[in-house]
Design a protein around this ligand. Structure first.
Ligand SMILES: [Zn+2]
Length: 84
């Protein structure tokens, strides 16, 4: 997959990288580090090998593999609504 043209923007090329992925589980969020992904060098779209996607699903269900719990602020965007 590395070096292929991005399916999303059709311009960038995919480079293998290790990313931090925010994986939604129910109403919660699991943060995974060092996830191998192919990242578009133009738009940043991420692609995963099938086995990586499968592993992320598996890890998201396994509480005992949690390495660390972190907290972070959640801020609601309070900008004015566009009018007219
Ligand atoms: Zn792209």
């Amino acid at each position: 997959m590395e070096g292929e043209i991005c399916d999303f923007c059709l311009e960038g090329r995919l480079e293998l990288d290790q990313v931090r992925e925010y994986y939604r589980v129910g109403k919660g969020l699991v943060v995974m580090e060092n996830v191998p992904a192919y990242v578009c060098n133009k738009c940043g779209e991420r692609y995963y090998d099938a086995h990586v996607a499968k592993e992320m699903r598996r890890l998201s269900k396994r509480g005992r593999q949690v390495r660390q719990r972190i907290s972070f602020p959640l801020v609601r965007f309070e900008g004015k609504k566009a009018t007219g």
